[in-house]
Design a binder for this molecule. Structure first.
Ligand code: PMP
Length: 418
């Protein structure tokens, strides 16, 4: 039997993985004459048929520019766009639809906060607290505005297990800390950070906090109102939605106090050469025509996740990651980075004697897609004394048989290099 067919792949709580897989047309693709084993969902998830169909249907039946036309088609497109914002609001548990700002991706959301919220408040000597495990998207925007203002980005250390050292983190919140920005789930280690405790620490000291949820919202339920963060970002393309659309959540009182970031259409109230006044939130931050179809299809992707049930998704993926940990730990010379108490989504490793690039290329010959390199987390790799690693990551459509195929491939590679 082809192990990858895995027709019996059903979890105890009823997630029928084969039924899930059937909804993702790309998973029927062959690579090198073998079934594709896609283990790179942390980079981007594949798309279910209903998201693809929504995009097509929107362009075929509902498409026009939004907020501009009095004619029916434009109103229909506008209504669908508004509805998508409400879907995101419900998905995140935000109190108010005005707290949802559409951006291109998580990166743009963080840049928006860095430029519009933080930059005007920064003075020389101020600090922005992050951790050593951040994605570059949650380091570099802060560095750019800090560099301009004579402020600096302070990294909180992580332990050998790949977890935030909370005591050391708390010590680094000083009278100069103007912003705290922390990743919820590491895109390399898969560590689930205690964001509830981090938000509580930040709020106790009156420091605004941004949560990078790019690797979190597709793996577990989220409730921003309960969490109490000031800002949170995620990307549509990692959440079974299209690329080119992402979300910035910001507490209404924060967004209301922020100046515009980019100027143009839609973000204004009145324009004249004497002076321009700006629109209400969230439109003040949405200059120009957005990815209308992408936003509507993102709403569909969130519906899809809601239908699956994020608790079930989380249980399935936690089981997959547990299986991967056990299978990979058996391979001679393989080192898994970190050993966090809670790991979701991703797992990075090195193999003695083999360059991560070689591992990626050899696995590709077997139709297995994993990511190799620094995964946009150079400081994290430096912390582990590495410049690169290989990373496997899972989505809701992956099976234990696919993890077994990866482990078998890695065993063959280990034998070649040792
Ligand atoms: N943060 C984390 C934790 C990520 O994994 C990523 C994407 N790899 C990003 C931010 C940036 O996401 P995007 O490229 O979609 O803006």
């Amino acid at each position: 039997m082809n192990a990858r067919a895995d027709t019996a792949a059903r979890t105890a709580d009823g997630l029928d993985v084969e039924a899930v897989r059937a909804r993702f047309p790309i998973l029927r693709t062959e690579m090198q004459g073998r079934p594709l084993v896609y283990l790179d969902s942390a980079a981007s998830t594949q798309k279910p048929d209903q998201v693809i169909a929504r995009l097509t249907r929107f362009y075929e039946h509902d498409y026009a520019n939004i907020h501009r036309g009095v004619y029916e088609l434009s109103q229909r497109a506008s209504a669908l766009h508004d509805e998508a914002r409400r879907k995101v609001q419900r998905f995140l548990g935000a109190r108010d639809w005005r707290e949802i700002v559409f951006v291109r991706n998580a990166t743009e959301g963080i840049n928006l906060v860095a430029w519009s919220f933080l930059r005007p408040r920064l003075e020389p000597g101020d600090e922005i607290l992050v951790t050593e495990m951040e994605h570059h998207a949650n380091i570099v925007p802060w560095q750019i505005v800090a560099g301009e203002r004579g402020a600096r980005v302070v990294p909180a250390p992580i332990t050998d297990t790949g977890e935030i050292d909370l005591a050391a983190f708390a010590e680094r919140i000083t009278a100069r800390t103007r912003m705290i920005a922390v990743v919820w789930v590491s895109n390399v280690l898969g560590t689930v950070n205690p964001v509830e405790e981090i938000v509580a620490l930040a709020r106790a000291k009156g420091v605004p906090v941004l949560i990078d949820a790019a690797q979190a919202v597709q793996h577990r339920p989220v409730d921003v109102a309960a969490l109490g963060c000031d800002f949170l970002v995620f990307s549509g393309h990692k959440t079974y939605g299209p690329s080119g659309v992402g979300v910035l959540y910001g507490r209404a009182e924060r967004l209301e106090a922020m100046p515009p970031w980019q100027g143009g259409g839609d973000m204004i109230e009145r324009v004249s050469f004497e002076g321009t006044t700006f629109n209400e939130i969230p439109f003040r931050f949405e200059a120009g025509t957005p990815d209308i179809a992408g936003i509507v299809a993102l709403g569909e992707a969130l519906d899809y996740l809601g239908e699956l049930g994020l608790e079930r998704v989380e249980r399935h993926e936690a089981a997959l990651i547990g299986h991967a940990q056990r299978a990979l730990a058996q391979i001679p010379g393989l080192r898994i980075l970190g050993e966090p108490r809670e790991r979701r989504g991703a797992l990075a490793f090195t193999l003695e004697g083999a360059h991560p690039q070689d591992i990626g290329m050899l696995l590709d010959l077997e139709g297995i897609a994993v990511r190799t390199g620094h995964h946009c987390a150079m400081p994290l790799h430096a912390r582990f004394g590495l410049s690169a690693s290989a990373r496997m990551s899972v989505g809701v459509y992956n099976t234990e048989a696919e993890i077994d195929a990866l482990a078998a491939g890695l065993r063959r590679i280990a034998a070649m290099f040792q």
